[in-house]
Design a protein around this ligand. Structure first.
Ligand code: PEP
Length: 257
């Protein structure tokens, strides 16, 4: 028994200019307006944060960003910092997504600093971890995920009260239509909780929300949210369709406590 509120995060990646983004945000907000007992965040591209923030104003949906620089300001061409995200009304930020690690060389060292910056600015970090197919096939999933989580939370030992979200996203499941099984997701989620509890304290482990991500759709979400260690989902492709995303949010809201 726990009292963690389920959480569903939409990652729109590099999709949509401002007009369609504002429209989709409004459609999602209307489609989930009657759903209670679940937190929902929408993470549009940076260029649409402003209009999506306006579309979500007055609703319980949270605005989030897809990445963030660890410094607050400076000579970092093209980057965006925590104070800038706060200025746009962001409440959370996805950090360490596998696409950032793969295409932009984001390291665990940078991730540790990004997590610290997010927490010190009161932005909820949604920390992404997960193994690639070669690592899975080599039986390295647990070791790799442990290392990634330890690195990400390594700098927050002095903030055991910090609110944290970790998304377990097997890289081979992202955008592929393949998913982990519910049992696998539950096992890795339990491992993640244990790592956070041992690094940041029991209370932080209990409060930690662990999401599953990787080809989550309306027809497979139940498999994940019925797992006791899985507190919701990080959703890419299916979050670009208001009806599909709303169905996922509804399923998460009905999750057994
Ligand atoms: C993601 O981008 O984090 C993701 C899980 O994508 P998809 O749902 O499309 O697999």
């Amino acid at each position: 028994m726990h009292n963690r509120v389920p959480f569903v995060v939409a990652n729109w990646k590099m999709h949509m200019t401002r007009g369609p983004a504002e429209q989709l945000a409004g459609d999602i907000a209307r489609a989930v307006a009657d759903v209670r007992g679940v937190d929902v965040a929408i993470c549009p591209p940076a260029t649409a944060l402003d209009v999506v923030g306006r579309a979500l104003a007055g609703t319980p949906l949270l605005l989030g960003a897809q990445t963030m620089h660890e410094e607050t300001h400076g000579s970092f061409t093209g980057e965006i910092s925590a104070p800038m995200l706060l200025d746009l009304g962001c409440r959370c930020v996805i950090l360490g997504h596998s696409e950032r690690r793969q295409w932009y060389g984001e390291t665990d060292v940078a991730l540790e600093r990004k997590v610290q910056s997010a927490i010190s600015h009161n932005l909820l970090p949604v920390i992404c971890v997960g193994e690639r197919l070669v690592e899975r096939e080599a039986g390295q999933t647990d070791a790799l995920v442990t290392m990634q989580v330890e690195a990400a939370v390594g700098g927050i030992g002095d903030r055991p009260d910090a609110a944290l979200v970790v998304a377990y996203e097997p890289v081979w499941a992202i955008g592929t239509g393949r998913t982990a099984t519910g049992e696998e997701a539950n096992r890795v989620a339990a491992l993640i909780r244990w790592v956070v509890a041992s690094r940041c304290g029991e209370a932080a482990g209990d409060a930690l929300r662990v999401l599953y991500g990787g080809s989550v759709k309306p027809d497979n979400i139940h498999e994940f949210v019925r797992q006791p260690e899985v507190d919701g989902a990080l959703v890419g492709g299916a979050s670009l369709d208001a009806a599909a995303f709303a169905a996922i949010v509804r399923a998460a809201a009905e999750r057994p406590a």
